[in-house]
Design a protein around this ligand. Structure first.
Ligand code: AP5
Ligand code: MG
Length: 216
């Protein structure tokens, strides 16, 4: 199963990708996470990407296409993968198709998580993750069972992303509408697009996604 999760910043792509990983055992390929890892490691890619990401703009197509191309060749992707936050431009979408066709593969489905703009800034501003295992939480929507302790690993240190502020969200949303939303029509025309209502609560969105995946 090779999936694309499409949706604006804060739609719930990462949240739902983690659940699909647990259920289906296929890896989540988040270009945002990969770029943040490159920034943290201080690689050449990370140095180029940092300022662009902090401002909420898109990193160049060449960089992200190269990262994904290398990643999907790894053994753990042989049974499938979830692309989270990629492709994000028509150039990236065409490159994905060529990349997969060269291996005799195709995308199984593109799941578009639809969310009203009005809630995105709150979702993003309230988001934080466990610094040890990366489990995601939210100040209001998704708190750990015991305050200050990660449900999954017991870690007590948490972090927030530098691009998670209300000013940057505006730029990220503009980038989404300008560069990424044309992919909705692109995948609809290919018969791959499946939409879910991302305004529902997290479990309900997962159930709607599961209903789609069970038909693939
Ligand atoms: P990236 O990391 O991909 O960020 P994004 O697309 O802006 O999306 P987010 O990760 O912010 O949101 P999400 O949809 O994963 O939401 P989440 O599940 O966390 O990219 C970051 C940057 O990297 C980009 O700006 C760009 O610079 C660069 N980049 C990355 N990929 C690139 C590419 N392909 N090309 C070029 N540049 C690229 O949920 C958010 C919060 O809401 C959480 O707290 C969660 O608990 C809560 N929540 C989730 N679902 C629900 C729900 N149903 N109800 C209530 N709360 C919910
Ligand atoms: Mg994400």
């Amino acid at each position: 199963m090779r999936l694309i999760l499409l949706g604006p910043p804060g739609a719930g792509k990462g949240t739902q990708a983690h659940r699909i990983v647990e259920k289906y055992g296929i890896p989540q390929l988040s270009t945002g996470d990969m770029l943040r890892a490159a920034v943290a490691a201080g690689t050449e890619v990370g140095k180029k990407a940092k300022a662009v990401m902090d401002a909420g703009n898109l990193v160049s197509d060449d960089i992200v296409i190269a990262i994904v191309s290398e990643r999907i060749d790894q053994d753990d992707c042989s049974k499938g993968f979830i692309l989270d936050g990629f492709p994000r431009t028509l150039v990236q979408a065409d490159a994905t198709e060529k990349m997969l066709a060269a291996k005799g593969l195709d995308i199984s489905a593109v799941i578009e998580i639809r969310v009203d703009d009005a809630v995105l800034a709150d979702r993003i501003a309230g988001r934080y993750t466990c610094a040890t295992c990366g489990t995601g939480y939210h100040d209001e929507n998704l708190k750990p069972a015991v305050e200050g302790v990660c449900d999954k690993c017991g870690g007590t240190t948490f972090k927030r992303r530098p691009d998670d502020n209300r000013e940057t969200v505006r730029t990220r949303l503009q980038a989404y509408y300008k560069e990424t939303s044309p992919l909705i029509g692109y995948y609809y025309a290919k018969g791959k697009l499946k939409g879910v209502d991302g305004m529902k609560d997290i479990d309900a969105v997962s159930a709607d996604i599961e209903a789609i995946l069970s038909t693939l």
